[in-house]
Design a protein around this ligand. Structure first.
Ligand SMILES: Cc1cc2nc3c(=O)[nH]c(=O)nc-3n(C[C@H](O)[C@H](O)[C@H](O)COP(=O)(O)OP(=O)(O)OC[C@H]3O[C@@H](n4cnc5c(N)ncnc54)[C@H](O)[C@@H]3O)c2cc1C
Length: 380
């Protein structure tokens, strides 16, 4: 793997840096988990999109710059270096969009992608159900055939930002008679404001109200909002999770910038020698994660898919994020945990890293079985 940046990539980096320096808000936006913050972040997505920085690696016809995966990584490094706001559109851009590129019709791509890129339509992921998190294939929400479309019923839960989002994508059981749980599922998009949808916020530790559960009572979805063939929902859903975990969900730019901020904090707090090794670990960890991600990107660019290796990424960044925030809080002392700072907010959120995007227990089982070839463990 050659890690030298090409002159083109350097020029791209310079252009992105210049734009971000001129445009990133000087004050952090309010939390995107609140109504006010959600609106501010939506506006920011629109600002990014105006100059085609919201989805740099998408084709130009959908609002992107046709950049390759390496330029996307460069952009992410610059974005977080500049202190760019968290992306409220990330479920749409990182999860639904790759699915649409692989499985949607031209009409669906033309209809759904541009308003996603501009932040006009913000998407929530509606996969999990109360009894179906890790064992997602056991999901029970149904889609029943009706004239011109489908009627959705059931309950979805743990849906990030669904309280303020516009639309959602999820998998539904369309053939309850199918012989295996992951068969007879269909992938659909639906409107969170449609008749029959009730969105109920779930209380979070930090009191912010965007996380929600969804109750669906005969919600009509037209045929045009089915992705791929009915019955193929599982294969479609699984096809994108590897690349998400292995590449796009947490770009190294985020952790490189966080390690820089931690180093600056350590300096500002008097260069405590007892915490020096942990700060150094954070810097080394960010760099190691960057190199591993570039290796994955090389494989992706060569046309390979990123399979079980993506579980290594997921376990690594989620545990790294907690360690980094714990070090920051120790540097800040007792006040760090109590005060409502970016570090304390980041710490609380980091605790959920080993749970969302597939729990780390499940990722470790995948690593053990598929990468190390160990015998099958606890799963039946
Ligand atoms: C902050 C956050 C945001 C989220 N956002 C979304 C979202 O936007 N959309 C969405 O659809 N979902 C979302 N989720 C849900 C998330 O994907 C699930 O919480 C996760 O998959 C775990 O499922 P569960 O909560 O049902 O726990 P369970 O599956 O019930 O697991 C409970 C515990 O048992 C362990 N366990 C379960 N089965 C096994 C096994 N076979 N072997 C070993 N250990 C096992 C798990 O690892 C875990 O520790 C989010 C969750 C969080 C915390």
């Amino acid at each position: 793997m050659d890690l030298t940046h090409t002159p083109d990539e350097d020029a791209f980096r310079a252009e992105a840096r210049e734009w971000l320096t001129a445009n990133v808000p000087s004050e952090p936006l309010p939390s995107l988990e609140t109504e006010e913050g959600f609106a501010a972040h939506r506006e920011w997505e629109g600002r990014l999109a105006t100059d085609r920085w919201s989805v740099v690696n998408w084709p130009a016809e959908y609002g992107g710059r046709g950049a390759d995966i390496f330029r996307w990584l460069v952009f992410e490094e610059e974005y977080y270096r500049a202190g760019g706001p968290g992306r409220v559109s990330q479920n749409g851009i990182n999860l639904l969009a790759p699915t649409l590129f692989d499985y949607a019709t031209d009409e669906q791509r033309a209809r759904v992608l541009p308003p996603m890129a501009s932040g006009e339509v913000i998407w929530a992921q509606a996969w999990s159900e109360p009894e179906s998190g890790s064992d997602l294939a056991s999901l029970r929400s149904t889609a029943v055939r009706t004239e011109g479309g489908w009627l959705l019923s059931g309950q979805k839960t743990w849906s990030s930002r669904a309280a303020f989002a516009d639309r959602a994508f999820g998998i539904f059981r369309t053939d309850p008679e199918a012989p295996k749980p992951h068969q007879g599922l269909t992938y659909l998009m639906f409107d969170l404001k449609a008749p029959g949808v009730t969105v109920r916020p779930i209380g979070r530790l930090d009191g912010k109200p965007a996380f929600a559960e969804l109750f669906l009572d005969q919600v009509f979805v037209p045929d045009e909002d089915v992705i791929g063939e009915p019955g193929q929902g599982w294969r479609i859903a699984m096809s994108t999770t590897g690349n998400e975990r292995g590449l796009t969900l947490r770009s190294p730019g985020r952790f490189l910038a966080a390690a820089d901020r931690l180093t600056a904090l350590w300096r500002a707090q008097g260069e405590d020698v007892t915490l020096r090794d942990r700060v150094a670990d954070a810097v080394i960890g960010a760099r190691a994660y960057q190199l591993f991600t570039y290796a994955n990107a090389s494989r992706f660019a060569a046309g390979e898919t990123i399979g079980a290796e993506s579980s290594l990424n997921k376990v690594f960044w989620s545990e790294y994020d907690i360690a980094l925030h714990e070090t920051a809080l120790e540097l800040l002392g007792t006040d760090g945990e109590l005060a409502d700072t970016a570090w304390s907010e980041g710490y609380v959120f980091s605790l959920s890293g080993p749970i969302y995007a597939g729990t780390n227990e499940i990722q470790r089982d995948i690593i053990a079985e598929r990468l190390l070839g160990l015998p099958r463990g606890r799963r039946a």
